[in-house]
Design a protein around this ligand. Sequence first.
Ligand SMILES: Nc1ncnc2c1ncn2[C@@H]1O[C@H](COP(=O)(O)OP(=O)(O)O)[C@@H](O)[C@H]1O
Ligand code: SF4
Ligand SMILES: [Mg+2]
Length: 358
Amino acid sequence: MISRAPKAKLKVAKTKAPATSRKVKVSKKKLIEVKGVKKYFETKRGIFARESKWVHAVDDVNFYIRKGEVFGLVGESGCGKTTVGKLILGLIRPTAGEIYFDGRSLAGFDEEELRKLRRRMGIIYQHPQSSLNPRMTVHTTLSRPIDIHKIAEGSKKEEIIFKVLEEVGLEPQHLDRYPHEFSGGQQQRIAIGRVLVLNPEFVVLDEPTSALDVSVQAHILNLLSELQGKFGFTYLLISHDLNIVDHMSDRIAVMYVGKIVELTDKKELRENALHPYTRSLLVVAPIADPTRKRKGVVLKGEVPSVISPPPGCRFHPRCSYAKPICKQSEPELHDVGDGHMVACHFVKDRKHKWPSPH
Ligand SMILES: Nc1ncnc2c1ncn2[C@@H]1O[C@H](COP(=O)(O)OP(=O)(O)O)[C@@H](O)[C@H]1O
Ligand code: SF4
Ligand SMILES: [Mg+2]
């Protein structure tokens, strides 16, 4: 039993001003490799529907994440980001392709091996309230993973819990409380603590701040950054907001309707975004310097259906530069120089210049 401190006013340790740099050395070693991965979900419309339709949630995606790296995945809602995260964690199996963790294909893992592997991975969800069990106190929430993975017991376990509580900016008197007694930001700290007790190597951050008050978003991002710097985690940071991924990531992949359309390092993406979709995202959310005028086209229209995506380049119905070839042939993601990958028929090298949109 832990000693219960008397209830006090909920208080959260203050987080420092926005972090500007991380200290983690990114290794050459690839911790995660995603090769030709597809995930199609079968769906039937209406109760009497006989015909199945397929949601092309992820459609031939390739990338890797180095050990100690923060890899950002950005795109509008519904483009397949969460599905990519779930596939890497082994929570769902791919329709095609392979995912490697530390050099081993997940396809070769049986359920018991996957269970052990999950100790090395974690996920922070968008909505902390629904990710936490409302009937579990903070203490139970933090001790449950330690018990499941048989990490420690007795005083050793309590030591881990108290240490983690401090790391996430909560206090011992919070241990007896239930999730509803906390604010959204504090609930997200509990969810982060639940991952931290396992001391994982790899964590998926799936829109970790989008459900939170603007006033606490920066605190949570900074906390995640600080923890990464301190413990050397590898992150997959998922967000619809380019500002959020830019804040923390080393490299960024831009996803559109199940496909990666651009992938490069953060600086290059800031200064030399080449895919028309990325350039449109930058107009919506200018990064680094919001006062700097961005050249690009404001996005028009809606994200197309993932059940029957547009033929050729999936972005063509919304692209100001589309030509007839864009409706007929699908552009491959290719290296346009220095590892900058772009999927567009007209971008052949890094020096490509788009004419001003009309
Ligand atoms: N289990 C599922 N069954 C059917 N469709 C799904 C399932 N999970 C996700 N989808 C669909 O796959 C597409 C991609 O979803 P998701 O990966 O959640 O996108 P994002 O995270 O980018 O918003 C969406 O159209 C979504 O409705
Ligand atoms: S391939 Fe065509 S439609 Fe697609 S982004 Fe390039 S110009 Fe636009
Ligand atoms: Mg999502």
